[in-house]
Design a binder for this molecule. Structure first.
Ligand SMILES: Cc1ncc(COP(=O)(O)O)c(C=O)c1O
Length: 401
């Protein structure tokens, strides 16, 4: 007989399904890329965050293979016990020199961006402090804020004027502003210069989660350095987080900041101290990927050409895309069930574009999230735009902004 505990879970799952909120996992039978095999069928994928197509780059794959041959597979322990290897140390030095959020910055690597954000927020804020967070921040910044036990204040999306009032009204001992740099489900860019000025004015930290800007934004010799480079920003108050499983194509994340911040995290951040280090072979793969990400300007130029083409193809509507230079494009539909139907209609035409629903996005703003990658061709983008134009009368009901 089914226990009451199981019956309770089953009721919850049925409720989710009825609300169009059930999530499914599609299983890939091919490497990540513009084309992937799912269920024996090839589809053109606009779903991954592999913005530069590095997840399968031959030099990155070779570095992982050689790294496995040289260092083995597992790290064997946390960084503070005996799991910190020469490739981790070299990668951290290279990331610090590349990201440069302030003079003399150091970097610290993590197994995921989720763990990195938990570490930063819990190391820099606690009881009696206050964290001010953009309402559209990624879930792991919110979770880090809750775990820190600091007061958690959410300000309206990208609204520096309201944030200023919140900071001015706060009597907290230490203040910390936390924001996505590129908003993961909207693709727009946070007003970092204004937030940095507020951090100076109110003596606050500015935690910048650049999961989707690192490797993508920045121009010329700063290409790929991310959203700080995009704005030409640097400050001792900035604690910069970049993920390494998106544009960098591998896995993990890093925090780059003033040496005192990094040392504090090494000493105190529980999601750094109490977890096994990432495999050193991945650090070798990341060193190769960082070289390409830094030096291969053509790859980024191709991505931006695809972004321009997609945006101009969609400019006739009905979806109003945010005015941002990123590979993330939300097509807001509204109801969760409609977003799922829209994604299914594209899937039947051979395109994988995920439906994003609450709680990942606010209620009533379910959407398709189109992500472009340097692995795509112009023809891929045109084919998707054609399919979207065909489906627009049925699904383009709500304007995004
Ligand atoms: C804005 C943002 N921050 C953090 C993360 C977490 O990074 P990771 O996937 O490496 O845990 C993600 C995505 O997963 C993200 O979109």
């Amino acid at each position: 007989m089914t226990s009451a505990l199981i019956a309770d879970l089953e009721r919850g799952l049925a409720t989710r399904e009825a609300a169009g909120l059930q999530r499914i996992r599609r299983t890939l039978a091919s490497p990540q890329g513009a084309r992937v095999i799912v269920g024996g069928r090839e589809v053109v994928s606009f779903a991954s965050n592999d913005y530069l197509g590095l997840a399968t780059h031959p030099e990155v794959v070779a570095a992982a293979r050689e790294g496995a041959a040289r260092w083995g597979v597992g790290a064997g322990a946390s960084h503070l016990i005996c799991g910190h290897f020469a490739p981790h140390a070299a990668l951290e030095a290279e990331l610090a020199a590349f990201a440069r959020p302030c003079a003399g910055a150091r970097a610290l690597t993590f197994s995921s961006g989720y763990l990195a954000n938990l570490a930063t927020l819990t190391a820099l804020a606690g009881r009696g402090d206050a964290i001010f967070a953009d309402r559209l921040n990624h879930a792991c910044l919110n979770d880090g804020a809750l775990l820190s036990r600091a007061e958690f204040v959410r300000y309206p999306h990208a609204d520096a004027a309201v944030l200023r009032r919140c900071l001015a009204a706060s009597g907290a001992k230490r203040k910390l502003i936390a924001t996505d740099a590129v908003f993961s489900m909207d693709g727009d860019v946070a007003p970092l210069p204004s937030l940095c000025a507020l951090a100076e004015e109110f003596d606050a930290w500015l935690v910048v989660d650049d999961a989707h800007g690192f490797g993508v934004l920045g121009a010329g010799e700063n290409g790929g350095r991310g959203t700080l480079a995009h704005f030409g920003l640097a400050s001792e108050r900035i604690v910069y987080m970049g993920t390494l499983g998106k544009a960098a194509g591998v896995a993990g994340a890093f925090v780059a900041a003033h040496s005192a911040v990094i040392e504090t995290m090494i000493q105190t951040a529980r999601s750094y101290v109490f977890t096994t280090a990432g495999p050193p072979l991945l650090a070798e793969a990341l060193r190769a990927s960082l070289r390409i990400l830094r030096d291969d300007a053509a790859r980024r130029a191709h991505l931006f050409a695809l972004i321009d083409r997609f945006r101009s193809r969609l400019s006739a509507g009905p979806w109003a895309l945010p005015g941002s230079p990123t590979p993330i494009h939300p097509l807001v539909v509204g109801a969760s069930a409609a977003a799922v139907e829209f994604a299914d209609a594209l899937w039947r035409r051979g395109f994988w574009v995920p439906a994003i629903r609450p709680p990942t996005v606010p209620r009533g703003t379910a959407r398709l999230r189109v992500t472009l990658s340097a692995a795509h061709t112009m023809a891929d983008v045109d084919a998707l735009a054609d399919a979207l134009a065909e489906l627009a009368p049925a699904f383009g009901s709500i304007r995004a902004r």
